[in-house]
Design a protein around this ligand. Structure first.
Ligand code: ATP
Length: 592
């Protein structure tokens, strides 16, 4: 094995002609390094001509746009795209007409070819395919659909072939779908000029195999190709990249094997570990610029068994990693998390992460059954009024004054004749113009609320608003007794504010781990729905063939300052084990 050179995330590497592999953990600043390296090549390489470019391959279009933006004026010499777009534009679109079927017919209807698209197995497509395959005796269309919509190209010993994503998908009742018939399904689309995302890789691979001179053309156009997030690359992509290296392109890959989480799409973390080219140099970046030092210590425990040991940067936050157990009420744990954030004075962005879509849905539902629903049940008019006021407060904090004014205008609800609705007292008229000026005054006041004001109760907030409105000759109904009084006394403004989700934030705060890849948040709550996942934190296997530990690792490494783990009920042994890996139990406010 070749030696690994440690580099810094803003360091230029001098060996421009060597293939390289950069191994860097979460928060290492991989994108930053990649941009520095591209600029370095643009400045110093002598084999870039007026007709050649650097290819920079990113995993998502969004990541590509970010790199393009940061490259600024250099972007005209760099082709930033996903591997699919790169291969489509350079190989598939211009040359796919060269590929023929067994009867020497063109494989794809190029006149109608326009980008790549999903292959939806409509009943018409299933019918045509069954006719072509001669298997109309298979009646369960739903099962057939499931199989046809989950087909992958795989590299096997005897070449590239089309297979169902999971072997069981080809079993339909007592029948089996013949693997050789699957291509007939693809051909139905190709005849219409529709090629699937994954077909792009297949066609590119086939074309480069059958017409090797295309590789020379590709390499002279792109003397350098750099691939970000290479841990999630599929074997076909790796093969294509290796082919390009033979014809002279310098290949640079960057990624983190411990964050390889796309096995279901054919990626394998082993692929990145064993990726090697003649005379390639391996670098590693050890710093983690994102996470606090205790989080990094915990992350290093999770990736023990792997060579990379991350180091914090000077001045990194030192917040402990926390855990707590939730009962059946999923909302309770969200409250515990927010209470912890507020105890630690963390007011910036947060994210709640779960393994799968079902859990995310369950958590989102729980969140809508939150403190606001309880408020609504007790007093719906006041709930609507306060929600608008606090939404305006959030908007003011985000510097979106004009939207905040609009929220307040909505809080001052009137009937047709201009009479204010509850919680205002009856028979008070307000003109449209005055509504706006009152809203502007209130916004000014809201903007002056200090952080400690939010520790007060809802009752105090209501009183404050009562007084300000009274000065303008508008009267709210007083809160004096009953359930609303009890609720308003016992609920903090902070709790309401923390649980207030503006419409545009709604989907963003609770998400699957896969959707949080590459992102970072001040606070992260990882919601574990099984004891097995808790056990994976205690005895992690980062090198496992399955992605489970790595998926948890990706979630844990999104946190900058606060990392918190919500677990199902644990027994004393597991609790002790969590303590032994330095996880700190959260003591509920109510338990003090
Ligand atoms: N050279 C640098 N100087 C200062 N800050 C940096 C530098 N490189 C990265 N950062 C900051 O460090 C943080 C982590 O960087 P980034 O998100 O690029 O990490 P990453 O390696 O892509 O991590 P991940 O694998 O988790 O996606 C970001 O907040 C980024 O702005």
């Amino acid at each position: 094995m070749n030696k690994i050179k440690v580099i810094a995330s803003d360091e230029e590497i001098p060996e421009l002609k060597n293939h390289f592999k950069v191994i860097a953990g979460p928060g290492a600043g991989k994108t930053h390094w990649l941009i520095t390296h591209i600029q370095n090549v643009l400045k110093n390489a002598n084999n870039l001509t007026s007709t050649s470019k650097i290819a920079c391959i990113t995993y998502t279009t969004v990541a590509g746009e970010e790199i393009q933006k940061r490259l600024g004026s250099d972007q005209s010499k760099v082709e930033v795209s996903t591997i699919h777009s790169f291969l489509y534009a350079n190989i598939v679109k211009p040359y796919v007409h060269l590929l023929k079927d067994e009867d020497n017919n063109v494989l794809v209807n190029v006149e109608r070819l326009d980008g790549h698209d999903e292959n939806i197995a409509t009943s018409g497509k299933i019918y045509s395919w069954q006719q072509a395959a001669g298997n109309s005796y298979i009646k369960d269309k739903q099962k057939i659909k499931e199989c046809l919509e989950k087909l992958d190209w795989k590299i096997e010993e005897d070449g590239i072939c089309l297979k169902p994503r999971k072997p069981y998908l080809s079993k339909v009742g007592r029948y089996s779908i013949r693997i050789d018939d699957l291509i007939l399904y693809k051909q139905l689309f190709w005849k219409e000029g529709i090629i699937h995302h994954e077909d792009v890789l297949y066609f590119a691979y086939k074309l480069l195999e059958e017409y090797p001179m295309l590789l020379d053309h590709l390499s002279s156009k792109y003397p350098y190709i750099f691939l970000d997030e290479f841990q999630d690359t599929s074997p076909i992509q790796t093969e294509i990249i290796k082919k390009m290296s033979v014809t002279g392109t310098v290949i640079g890959v960057i990624g983190d094997p411990a964050q390889s989480i796309y096995k279901f799409q054919g990626a394998s973390h082993q692929e990145f570990i064993s990726f090697s080219l003649p005379n390639h140099i391996t670098y590693s970046i050890e710093k983690n610029r994102r996470c606090g030092s205790k989080i990094i210590e915990f992350l290093n425990h999770i990736r023990s068994g792997d060579e990379l040991r991350q180091k914090p940067i000077a001045g990194a936050a030192e917040t402990e990693v926390h855990f707590y157990e939730y009962n059946n009420n999923t909302y309770d744990h969200i409250i515990t998390f927010h209470e912890l954030r507020s105890r630690l004075g963390l007011v910036n962005d947060y994210c709640i992460l779960a393994r799968n879509n079902d859990t995310v849905r369950q958590l989102r539902n729980a969140e809508s059954m939150d403190i606001w629903s309880a408020f609504d049940e007790v007093d719906s008019d006041r709930e609507k009024f306060i929600k608008r006021i606090l939404s305006a407060c959030k908007l003011v904090r985000d510097g979106r004054q004009e939207l905040a004014v609009k929220e307040i205008i909505k809080a001052l609800k009137t009937e047709n004749g201009g009479l204010l609705k509850p919680p205002f007292q009856d028979k008070q008229y307000i003109s449209l113009m005055f509504k706006r000026s009152l809203a502007v005054d209130l916004i000014e006041q809201i903007g002056s609320w200090k952080e400690n004001f939010f520790d007060n109760s809802l009752c105090d907030l209501y009183e404050t608003l009562y007084d300000s409105l009274k000065q303008k000759n508008y009267l709210l109904k007083k809160i004096s007794r009953g359930r609303i009084k009890e609720f308003a006394d016992s609920t903090s403004i902070k709790l309401l504010l923390d649980n207030l989700i503006l419409p545009e934030e709604k989907l963003s705060e609770i998400r699957t781990i896969h959707k949080a890849k590459g992102m970072e948040f001040e606070s992260v709550l990882l919601y574990l729905s099984s004891i097995e996942d808790v056990e994976k934190l205690i005895s992690p296997d980062i090198d496992s063939e399955e992605d489970d530990t790595r998926i948890l690792y990706v979630a844990l490494s999104r946190a900058k300052t606060l990392l918190c783990i919500a677990c199902p009920s644990l027994d004393a042994n597991i609790r002790a084990e969590l303590s032994s890996i330095k996880l700190i139990p959260v003591i509920n406010m109510g338990d003090h």
